[in-house]
Design a protein around this ligand. Structure first.
Ligand SMILES: Nc1ncnc2c1ncn2[C@@H]1O[C@H](COP(=O)(O)OP(=O)(O)O)[C@@H](O)[C@H]1O
Ligand SMILES: [Mg+2]
Length: 663
């Protein structure tokens, strides 16, 4: 049966808001913690944002304290200092004790803010006076220390807030994925087999692993990242405007130009990234094909062709990889350029404003802007990243919820009726069934089986033999009619109850990773070693098991090489150990040789004795002694009766039997 691959696997969500809303119902329980984490993220970001302000203050104190120069005309000077000092400087008296020959200026200590600062007064040619507060002056270290300590405290708090935020969020996201995984696993047990017929296993597996993981990752990082990025972005933006709107506009302009450049390159490289993904997929396909089909490729001498196929795809992948890597390699330098370009713009504009005495602009302002511009550009890529992550999480949750929304088998919790001591009368009454409602596979199927009878079902492939068994086991619900066990309809008791009544051996053997003994016991309780050995002896597999390195304790895994036939014998032995009141064997002996089959035949005769059993077999010699043989064709019984009766009838069964007899 071809299973459709979910094409929308990793694409965009079809209904973003709906999936996010649904996801929110999982967050609700942890909402308190999420809010705390978001508040912590906000606090942490605010701590970071305040930093540049304080750094700006430090810079100003340092520049104020060192060289600071200003030009005064006569009236300004007289206002700021006094006329006596003005007269002295105008006099240019070289004999004055404060006159400095080398610089042709007066070096006079004056008191500023209670501190003595050596200040140079120099007469310019146009009559104004150039005043330089000299570098001998003291920087206000006390003030700086205070600010520095505040900064350290703020930054430390920022680290603590961010750590706590991360700690809480990772806890919450693990809780959410745990809940999702639990829900999915519970769901799997409630799904009708029908679901698995129409969905590939890989798809379902990928929901449990990849999709849940994507959701987890997004919660873990993106949510709080997004919050801090947005705050950092708008915070730095508004703080820039608070400091100086001209510089703010130039900074935004610079970033905008850089951003345009980046978008341009992104657009160009996108094509190659897509190609890269596609080629990678193709390469995987070829590798998988040649790996899984290794035998066939060797048998048909197709190695050369596969080599060529691989080479072609490999070459394509190389080219697209190379190009996308080249372009993304350019990305980092450009990003760096963008940041530096912003610095330059802010510095130049700031310097121009500073020289023109623009109110409120100081060296400290420029320092602050250089940091703000980084705070401003950095969140842009973070926001973009977080948005993509959230989008894939939405796509992932859409798939998860789609799965969780699949219609389930009917709830059976209020079913009280149970069959415990079964006699084994089975009745099919007018049964109709189709895997799809528009195509009936089983049509008007009627069969009455008495307790202890051995029923053989034969017929060509696709006649509906396995389907009958599936219906008997209630793996699928019948469309019309009734199936009764001991007179009770099977849909009036629980599925578990039905399953408990039957032992089943199928053509597809199912063994799990574990010791042989564990595989044999599987779900049966109170099994003694003696019972196990007896069952294996009956199936003729005891000797083989003893030759294995650890006997019954040998671990079965991918490395244990046992043949298909041996696997089948193990599952038959398992059914014997299970000792259920009724038995179903669906082509159970199709992959064992005729000698082993004889063994099993004997074992099976013991097994089926006084047990109602349904045996589907291809080799008719094995079912000759059945109480009733039914020959199926297109979902109905074409012929039925005992072996000899059917042979005498000389119909389809006789023809099939004779054809096997001749070969
Ligand atoms: N899981 C399924 N979903 C849809 N159709 C199915 C499924 N299993 C079997 N069929 C179809 O039902 C018909 C009977 O199949 P089956 O009972 O397995 O035949 P048999 O066991 O006699 O070889 C076939 O035409 C087959 O294609
Ligand atoms: Mg079959």
């Amino acid at each position: 049966m071809p299973k459709p691959i979910n094409v929308n696997s990793y694409g965009k969500p079809q209904n973003f808001l709906k999936s996010i809303k649904r996801l929110f119902s999982y967050i609700k329980v942890h909402l308190k913690f999420v809010i705390i984490a978001i508040i912590l993220a906000i606090l942490g970001t605010v701590c970071t944002l305040v930093g540049p302000n304080l750094l700006s203050e430090i810079t100003d104190i340092v520049t104020d304290g060192t060289n600071y120069a200003q030009i005064y005309n006569e009236t300004e000077f007289k206002q700021n200092f006094n006329s006596g000092l003005y007269e002295l400087i105008i006099s240019q008296d070289s004999s004055n004790e404060y006159y400095d020959e080398a610089t042709e200026s007066f070096l006079i200590p004056i008191i500023v803010d209670g501190e003595e600062i050596v200040t140079s007064f120099k007469l310019e040619e146009n009559g104004s006076i150039y005043v330089t507060y000299n570098s001998l002056a003291k920087v206000n270290l006390v003030k700086i220390t205070k600010i520095a300590v505040t900064l350290i405290i703020l930054y430390s708090l920022g680290v603590v807030f961010n750590y706590m935020q991360g700690f809480i969020m990772s806890g919450v996201s693990q809780q959410i994925s745990k809940k999702l995984r639990t829900d999915i696993t519970k769901k799997i047990n409630k799904l009708p087999l029908n679901y698995f017929d129409t969905t590939s296993y890989g798809d379902t597996l990928s929901i449990i692993t990849n999709d849940v993981d994507t959701i987890n990752q997004t919660f873990n990082s993106s949510v709080s990242n997004l919050v801090s990025a947005i705050i950092l972005f708008f915070g730095s933006l508004s703080l820039m405007f608070v400091h100086n709107y001209i510089m703010a506009f130039s900074a935004i302009g610079a970033v905008f130009i850089g951003f345009l450049l980046m978008m341009l390159i992104m657009k160009k490289s996108q094509k190659y990234f897509l190609l890269q993904q596609e080629n990678l997929g193709n390469l995987n396909g070829v590798v998988e094909e040649s790996y899984s089909g290794h035998d066939i490729i060797s048998v048909y001498n197709a190695e050369k062709e596969f080599d060529k196929k691989f080479d072609d795809v490999n070459k394509l992948l190389y080219v697209s990889n190379w190009k996308s890597q080249f372009i993304s390699g350019i990305m980092n330098p450009i990003m760096a350029f963008m940041g530096n370009f912003g610095y330059v713009v802010v510095c130049v504009v700031g310097a121009v404003l500073l020289i023109n005495n623009f109110p409120g602009v100081s060296v400290g302002t420029i320092t602050a802007f250089m940091i703000y511009i980084r705070f401003f550009t950095q969140p842009l890529s973070q926001i973009a990243q977080a948005m993509t992550n959230i989008q894939s999480a939405a796509a992932g949750s859409e798939r998860v919820f789609d799965f969780l929304d699949q219609s389930e088998m009917d709830d059976e919790s209020d079913i009280k009726l149970a069959i415990n001591d079964v006699k084994g009368n089975v009745e099919f009454d007018n049964v109709y069934f189709g895997y799809n409602q528009d195509k009936m596979i089983i049509k008007d199927f009627n069969l009455s089986v008495k307790a202890g009878q051995k029923i053989a079902i034969v017929g060509s492939t696709g006649a509906g033999k396995t389907t009958i068994v599936n219906l008997l086991m209630r793996f699928y619900e019948i469309t019309k009619g009734k199936i009764k066990i001991d007179g009770i309809e099977t849909n009036k008791i629980t599925r578990d109850n039905v399953h408990r009544l039957f032992g089943m051996v199928l053509q597809d053997t199912w063994l799990f990773e574990g010791s042989i003994k564990e595989n044999l016991i599987f779900n049966t309780e109170n099994v003694t070693d003696e019972q196990i050995v007896n069952a294996c002896k009956a199936c003729g597999i005891d000797y083989f098991i003893r030759t294995l390195p650890n006997g019954y304790n040998t671990i079965l895994d991918d490395n244990t090489s046992i043949s298909a036939g041996q696997k089948q014998l193990l599952t038959i032995a398992r059914a014997m150990i299970q000792n259920s009141p009724m038995l179903i064997l669906d082509e159970a002996t199709s992959s064992v040789d005729t000698r082993s089959e004889e063994y099993i035949q004997k074992a099976m005769d013991k097994l089926t004795k006084s047990r109602t059993s349904f045996i589907i077999a291809h080799r008719l010699s094995t079912i000759k002694n059945a109480d009733l043989i039914i020959y199926m064709k297109d979902g109905t019984i074409a012929e039925s009766g005992k072996h000899n009766e059917l042979l005498r009838k000389n119909g389809a069964y006789a023809e099939l039997y004779n054809s096997q007899f001749q070969s």
